[in-house]
Design a protein around this ligand. Structure first.
Ligand code: PLP
Length: 388
């Protein structure tokens, strides 16, 4: 069945599936990136991104993956030796820590139990101890993809602002799947990326900085060149990028933003909520235990504990080979105990039902005593309930 070999249901936390209209847009002919046509395209994209970031400030589009955006956030606001507080609830918190340290920041790690969100009280206490205002920035995830947990930035943002440190937010997997009110919550730098809820191919990072962050930029001494956001900002004023932009992705972004604006941001959040609820209901009905504490369970991704005696790799292998269902493995020390279902971006209710049916069938085939249709049934009930 050569034709079917290509057909997969991709439910990982990025790259996520891409709509046909976006793929077609990506295939448009190249244009001069220093000409008026490109300037119009870039300006339109920035206007759309501002809506998605819920900000009045500009959003810069960088040619790189999300990690490049995180690096840009660090090197454009800090100097070597600056003290920063890094809030860690999973593997991407560790990554932010490594980036800060790689550039010489004096980074203090505040780690929380994986599977739980940042405890705002601990952050508040730590910042209150910092009487001399030595902490220049607090680094935090909006959504921690490795554990499937989101942080409540409506609470953390104002706590950090009260202290005066900058907030550097990795919203790579969370933005537009989960509410993130950049301006209202006082978030100074927010980073997102194309291959997540934006339902675009990988290759672009988006960085939003407010005036406080631009003030910090003037003093920041960490080395930078490709990711010098001052350069990016001055070129953006004329509708350009300092370097050659990834035109296919930029075209895709225009189409993706058109689709998202048509749907409406609140509906995009509601869609992610609906699918996440269905996945959680389905997993529970299959007797699976979820890794994240319910209070902060993510609407982007669900991390599932592998049933006793069944490694996640075994489950994922069978689902891939027999059903063409692609799920993600666990990260860091969760590698052998957790697998993850991505439900962000261009994912439909039918995709979720298919996933739950295949998962149920797969678990049964692997010897688990389970009603294979229970997950799909519970997901249907959850989706029906959501529509009432
Ligand atoms: N931060 C979070 C929360 C992520 O989920 C990811 C990617 O999965 C990244 C950062 C890194 O992004 P990239 O792989 O695009 O560099």
């Amino acid at each position: 069945m050569p034709a079917l070999e290509e057909k997969q249901l991709l439910l990982i936390p990025g790259p996520t599936p891409v709509p046909q209209a976006v793929l077609r847009a990506c295939a448009r002919p190249m244009i001069n990136h220093r000409g008026p046509e490109y300037a119009k395209l870039q300006n339109e994209n920035v206007a759309g991104l501002k809506e998605m970031f819920q900000t009045k400030n500009g959003v810069l589009v960088l040619t790189c993956s999300g990690t490049g955006g995180m690096e840009a956030a660090v090197v454009n606001t800090l100097s070597p030796g600056d003290k920063v507080l890094v809030l860690v609830i999973g593997a991407f918190g560790k990554r932010f820590l490594k980036i800060a340290r790689a550039y010489g920041a004096d980074a203090e790690e505040m780690e929380f139990t994986w599977g739980e969100a940042v405890d705002p009280n601990r952050v508040k206490e730590r910042l209150a101890q910092d009487k001399n205002k030595e902490i220049k920035a607090v680094l935090v995830q909006h959504n921690e993809t490795s554990t499937g947990v989101y942080n409540d930035l409506s609470v953390l943002g104002p706590i950090i602002r009260e202290h005066g440190a900058l907030s550097l937010v990795d919203a790579v997997s969370g933005l537009i799947a989960i509410d993130c009110q950049t301006d209202n919550w006082g978030l100074d730098v927010v980073v997102a990326a194309s291959q997540k809820a934006f339902m675009l191919p990988p290759g672009l990072a988006f960085v939003c900085m407010n005036e406080r962050a631009w003030e910090a930029y003037k003093k920041a001494k960490m080395p930078r060149f490709y990711f010098d956001l001052g350069e990016a900002r001055s070129f953006a004023e004329k509708g350009q990028n300092p370097w050659t932009p990834a035109l296919p992705q930029v075209y895709g972004l225009q189409e993706g933003l058109r689709l998202l604006r048509q749907e409406g941001l609140q509906n995009v959040f509601a869609r992610h909520q609906r699918l996440a609820d269905a996945v959680r209901a389905g997993c529970k009905a299959l007797g699976l235990e979820l890794f994240a504490k319910p209070a902060n369970a993510s609407n982007c991704i669900t991390a599932i504990k592998s049933p006793a005696g069944l490694g996640p790799d075994k489950i994922r292998k069978l689902l891939l080979e027999k059903y063409g269902l692609v799920l993600a493995g666990g990260q860091a020390h969760l590698k052998d105990s957790v697998f993850r279902v991505g439900h962000l971006g261009y994912v439909s209710e039918t995709d979720i039902l298919g996933c739950m049916a295949a998962l149920g069938a797969g678990l049964k085939e692997l010897g688990m005593k389970v009603d294979p249709g229970a997950g799909a049934g519970a997901a249907v009930a959850s989706l029906e309930g959501a529509k009432c």
